[in-house]
Design a protein around this ligand. Structure first.
Ligand code: SF4
Ligand code: SF4
Length: 513
């Protein structure tokens, strides 16, 4: 698997990575309050198993699925990221493009940062894949590259022969995976080996690193010692996309309605791989992650290992706030989203925070009409027709936009980046997707209501019929049997007809003389 292919489209971007890539990962300060949203991933939120006033230890489960069966569902448990007291379970602003609030558990930390007793697994090869998969689920691990897909669900696919560890950190500014590969290559290689064991011993295991990260590549190559393959891939945005990376490494194009598992492949992110290593070898759940804090609004851009739930304001202050921050982005500049303020917690999918000072913000360029130049279609890595999607979305013709594979758009932003008319194309696609999903939900609700109504009518009719049948049966039961009545009548008739010879006197005919 050393031959490489090139996917269609994509763009070259300025990395801006040197801002934060040259300092070792430091620890973020312990905040006074930790705000832990119950839903930090794709799927079903966990439910609190603690109440206000409870004392908790670092690593203790504070929210879980119903019936403790997270590993069967699209969900994971949530753990306290430090020791302290639960002071609230209430809605709080969370980092999300919608800007909505969500239910959170708030812990006031006690400063001791005291762990629960952890149970490391000395030799994971003696355990079954099922046991290890449960261990991954119970550690609360989800995809840490930004998608937040529960990792245990990607570990049950049968017939997987290729495992890919994604070190193609292609978005500008983000360097957390680069630092992890440089500082913890052994953990990552061991994590990959654990994945292989859970997947039943995959034939191939590849760690892909972009060619603009030579130090990470060398560190991994040394740690791998021939057990896994480390491959350099060209730096082209969006190589870090799951399907794009598979194409680069294998030449296989995963179609619009297909999954990597359909081709015997599974892809995991670098930090997810390290989290799995820690969950198994150290018995520690996911209670922290590495966050790149960067941008020209920050004095000392760097990577910090941050406890989940730490308010963003705390880590921005730790890195030095240059001036009033005009714009705060979570994620990269291409696929990330703007946060309304910094009183929001770091969650499992927070890989980067870009703070821009007033001077750095370019005033948005005025948009112009689409000139149908086709530049957007040339760079789209998933072969879509961005201008057509734009026209249909603008006209609110969502049905046709859907038919033009709107939901295959990975929102990479390449089309908007090259558009000479400065059209905010991705914003249109996000809006269209949200509208379609909302309409879909409305339709499902209406269907549910109709089904309920139909079932209620059916149930009432059925009850009525059963009641009537019961009444008739009861009425019949309270009357003497017809046959008995008939027989009694016949008996009476018979009794009348039979002469009583003992009493009857012979009728003597009178003789006529
Ligand atoms: S790049 Fe912009 S102007 Fe050109 S076709 Fe696409 S949407 Fe229209
Ligand atoms: S944002 Fe969507 S439509 Fe635009 S280039 Fe990326 S995948 Fe294609």
């Amino acid at each position: 698997m050393t031959r490489l292919w090139q996917f269609r489209g994509g763009i070259k971007l300025d990395g801006n990575k040197s801002l934060s890539s040259e300092q070792p990962i430091a620890k973020a300060n312990l905040p006074q309050f930790l705000i832990l949203p119950l839903l930090q991933h794709i799927g079903v939120p966990a439910e609190p198993v603690v109440k206000v006033g409870d004392k908790v230890l670092k690593g203790q489960i504070i929210a879980h699925c119903q019936a403790n069966d997270c590993y069967l569902k699209m969900s994971v448990p949530l753990h306290a990221s430090s020791s302290g007291t639960v002071v609230a379970i209430e809605p709080h602003s969370v980092p999300h493009p919608s800007g909505l609030t969500a239910l959170c558990i708030v812990i006031e930390t006690d400063g001791r940062d005291e762990w629960i007793e952890c149970s490391p697994i000395i030799d994971y090869t003696t355990l079954s894949p099922m046991t290890l998969r449960q261990q991954v689920a119970m550690a609360g691990i989800v995809g840490l590259g930004g998608a937040g897909f529960p990792s245990h669900l990607k570990l049950k696919s049968a017939g997987i022969d290729t495992l890919i560890i994604n070190g193609a950190e292609c978005e500008p500014y983000i360097t957390c995976d680069d630092r992890l590969m440089r500082e913890y290559p052994d953990d990552i290689v061991m994590g990959a080996q654990i994945f292989r064991h859970i997947l039943g011993g995959t034939q191939h295991c590849v760690i892909a690193v972009e060619d603009n990260k030579p130090a990470a590549y060398s560190a991994l190559l040394q740690a791998a010692q021939g057990r896994v393959t480390v491959v350099k891939v060209p730096t082209l945005y969006p190589t870090g996309g799951e399907k794009q990376l598979i194409h680069v490494l294998t030449g296989k194009e995963i179609g619009k309605a297909q999954l990597p598992a359909d081709f015997g492949m599974v892809v995991h992110n670098i930090e997810t791989t390290r989290a799995v290593y820690r969950a198994v070898k150290e018995g520690r759940p996911l209670i922290s992650r590495v966050v790149t804090v960067t941008g020209n609004g920050i004095e000392q851009p760097q990577n910090l290992e941050v406890l989940l739930g730490t308010p963003i304001q705390v880590i921005i202050d730790q890195c030095g706030r240059k001036s009033d921050i005009k714009q705060l982005i979570m994620g990269g500049p291409m696929m990330g989203f703007t946060l309304p303020h910094d009183q929001l917690p770091v969650i499992k999918t927070t890989n980067c925070l870009i703070a821009s000072s007033t001077q750095a913000i370019e005033s948005p360029k005025p948009t112009m009409p689409c000139i149908r130049c086709g530049a957007c279609a040339q760079v789209c890595p998933v072969n879509l027709l961005p201008q057509q999607l734009y026209w249909y979305t603008k006209a609110k013709d969502f049905k046709t936009a859907k038919n033009y594979h709107l939901f295959d758009c990975i929102e990479c932003g390449c089309c908007a980046y090259v558009c000479p008319s400065y059209l905010p194309l991705v914003d249109y696609y996000r809006y269209a997707k949200a509208e379609i999903r909302a309409n879909e939900q409305e339709r499902q609700k209406a269907n549910l209501a109709r089904n309920r109504h139909e079932f209620r009518t059916f149930r009432l009719d059925r009850d009525k019929a059963e009641k009537l049948a019961r009444h008739q049966a009861a009425a019949a039961a309270s009357q003497p049997d017809k046959q008995v009545i008939i027989e009694a009548a016949l008996e009476r008739v018979k009794a009348k007809k039979v002469p009583n010879h003992s009493e009857e006197k012979p009728i003597q005919e009178e003789s006529v003389h």
